[in-house]
Design a protein around this ligand. Structure first.
Ligand code: HEC
Length: 126
C-alpha cells in the first residue's frame, strides 16, 4: 500500500505548488493588466514593413506619407477602410497592384492597430 502514500504526497505537492502560483499572480500585477498603447510608428516600421515603400517626405515605391496624409485629409477619406480593402485607392490607382500585396498583413491587424497606423500617417500632414 506504499503507492497510496506516494499518491497522497504527489497530490499534496501539486496542491501546494498550484496555490503558490495563484499567490504570485495576486502579489504582482501581470502585464495583461497594463494596457499597452499601440504605436503606429512601430507597426509602420516593424510588423507592417510599410517603411520599405513609404518615406515621410519623398516618393519611392509608394507615395510619401505627407502626400497620403494631405490627400486623405482633403478628401476626408479613411485609411483604415483602405487598409481593410474596403475602399478604393485614391492616390495612385495605376500602382495599386503593388500596394495590394500588403493587405494580407493589414487585414490580419486589429482595428486598433489600423487606427494607430492611420494616426501615425496623419502626423505627417502639414
Ligand atoms: C511593396 C511596397 C509597399 C509596401 C510595403 C506598402 N505600400 Fe502602401 N503603397 C504602395 C504603392 C505603390 C502605393 C500607390 C498605389 C495606391 O495608391 O494604391 C501605395 C499606396 C498606399 C496608400 C494610399 C492608398 C490610396 O488611396 O491610393 C496608403 C494609405 C498606403 N499605401 C499605406 C501603406 C501601409 C500602412 C503599409 C504597411 C502596412 C504600406 N502601405 C506598405 C506600395 C507599398
Amino acid at each position: 500500500m506504499k503507492n497510496i502514500y506516494l499518491l497522497l504526497i504527489i497530490a499534496m505537492f501539486t496542491f501546494v505548488s498550484c496555490k503558490n502560483d495563484n499567490q504570485e499572480s495576486f502579489d504582482k500585477p501581470t502585464n495583461n493588466e497594463v494596457t499597452k498603447k499601440i504605436s503606429g510608428q512601430e507597426l509602420f516600421e516593424g510588423e507592417g514593413n510599410c517603411i520599405a515603400c513609404h518615406k515621410p517626405d519623398q516618393k519611392i515605391i509608394g507615395p510619401s506619407l505627407q502626400e497620403i496624409a494631405k490627400i486623405y485629409k482633403e478628401k476626408n477619406a479613411s485609411i483604415v477602410l483602405f487598409l481593410k480593402e474596403e475602399s478604393d485607392p485614391i492616390i495612385d490607382p495605376s500602382q495599386y497592384d503593388i500596394m495590394k500585396t500588403n493587405f494580407a498583413i493589414t487585414k490580419s491587424m486589429s482595428d486598433d492597430q489600423l487606427k494607430a497606423l492611420e494616426d501615425y500617417i496623419y502626423t505627417f500632414s502639414k
